[in-house]
Design a protein around this ligand. Structure first.
Ligand code: NZQ
Ligand code: ZN
Length: 395
């Protein structure tokens, strides 16, 4: 077992009607003036936003609202939110939504606690983040895991850069998780969420360290559970059992537990972020569109790891099979599953068409931060490797 540190302090409040505990939780964490952040329409249409605001009023908690967060959230709205939080003297930021809303709330919390620093400087690592306002979450989609993660991802509109920032200050104080709030999700978003949940564990599972047995067992169990309940959630709408399993899996998959002691890879995420930034595609779809090519490009680095994944997660029978054969069957099984969810496994299925060589080169250049970084740990990928993977997915 490898050495590790683990600190995941977010309080989970899980179950039906838990959104009615929002004000109580905010007060418990010292909030007295709340900026409530939400997305486009879903929280308004479902009545959830009204319910939350009513809950705050009943506890005499003053609030201000900021709506309009879009998927792949933009830096500009976060900057607007910082100003709003400062004008209102907010001391707590509440996110009502999914990853995009939560990440915007985290960015606002960073900016409002550091009014003299432009938040993008934190994302560029030009300024160190040493404090942030507390953030709470009412989760409405099982996917990004931002409700407990230490990360927040923003896109800058003018340069189309999509960047993440991981810091202990991005761990929310509490996450209210009522699976019934996900019943209004379109099937496409449920599918995107299933892919993202799987990828947060896969991007940790494929790494150069192989002697963390318990971590592997947790990862494999989470993947099996997500695959099974993903099928069930799509087959039967408003199914509490499967939606609750997905919600909990989404949190555990990205709070760090499924990669403890490992050197996380996350190359598929970096490859996907460039696609989301350039074509504004859903995060989960960007991941399934690239994973198959990433896996086939990297399989020879450690075929036995892929074979283990095939046997333990997909139930492949190892008898009489070569490692490489099992490894490729595991990749096939993953791609087949993504297709069964209606998710893309190449760029044309992602909806951006077959791209020109010039566009692929630009994607690789951006993903390698203009030739200044490599990505991944399972197989370290430089700009040329990145370009090769985009080429493989370009059909
Ligand atoms: O804007 P509204 O109208 O609310 O619609 C949203 C949005 O269109 C809709 N939705 C959410 N809950 C709903 C609902 N529709 C009906 N009923 C509900 N209950 O779903 C759409 C997608 O929402 P979004 O918040 O974008 O989804 P997700 O949770 O997948 O978040 C994606 C973002 O998170 C980032 C991604 O890159 C992307 O920007 N990630 C954040 C991470 C983190 N902070 O730890 C890690 C991830 O790897 C990821 O990068
Ligand atoms: Zn993700």
């Amino acid at each position: 077992m490898q050495p590790f540190e683990f600190y995941a302090p977010t309080q989970i409040v899980f179950g039906p009607e838990t959104q009615l505990q929002t004000a109580r939780q905010i007060l418990a964490y010292g909030g007295s003036r709340v900026l409530v952040v939400y997305g486009g329409q879903s929280a308004v249409k479902s009545g959830l936003l009204d319910q939350i605001l009513d809950n705050l009023r009943q506890s005499d908690l003053p609030y201000e609202v900021l709506g309009g967060v879009r998927p792949n959230p933009h830096l500009e709205l976060a900057r607007e939110g910082v100003q709003k939080a400062l004008d209102f003297h907010a001391d707590f930021v509440l996110a009502v939504g999914g990853g995009s809303v939560i990440d915007t709330a985290k960015a606002i919390a960073d900016g409002a606690a550091n009014p003299d620093v432009d938040i993008w400087d934190f994302w560029l690592r030009k300024a160190p983040l040493t404090r942030a306002l507390p953030v709470g979450v009412v989760l409405t989609i099982s996917a990004a895991g931002s409700e407990c993660s230490d990360s927040a991802v923003l896109t800058r509109d003018d340069t189309l850069e999509k960047r993440g920032l991981s810091t202990v200050f991005h761990r929310p104080r509490f996450a209210i998780m009522n699976p019934e709030l996900t019943f209004t999700l379109p099937k496409y978003q449920v599918s995107c969420g299933i892919v993202d949940i799987m990828m947060h564990t896969l991007d940790r599972y494929f790494n150069p360290v192989t002697n963390n047995e318990l971590t592997d067992e947790i990862a494999q169990g989470l993947l099996r559970c997500t695959i099974k309940n993903g099928r069930q959630a799509l087959a039967q709408e408003k199914d509490y059992q499967s939606m609750s399993e997905l919600m909990w899996a989404g949190t555990i998959s990205h709070n760090g537990l499924t990669g403890l002691g490992n050197r996380q890879d996350f190359a598929p995420h970096q490859l996907g972020h460039e696609l989301s930034a350039k074509f504004d595609v859903a995060h989960g779809a960007s991941l399934s569109a690239i994973w198959d090519s990433w896996a086939r490009y990297c399989v020879d680095t450690n075929p036995s790891r892929f074979a283990q994944y095939g046997v333990q997660v997909w139930g492949l029978d190892p008898n009489g099979k070569e490692e490489k054969e099992l490894a490729l069957a595991a990749i096939d099984a993953t791609a087949d599953y993504f297709r069964s969810l209606g998710m893309p496994t190449c760029l044309s299925e992602l909806g951006c068409g077959v791209l020109s060589e010039e566009v692929l080169e630009d994607l690789a250049f951006r993903c390698a931060f203009r030739g200044t970084r490599t990505i991944g740990t399972f197989k370290v990928l430089d700009q040329q490797d990145i370009l090769s993977i985009y080429r493989m997915a370009n059909h």
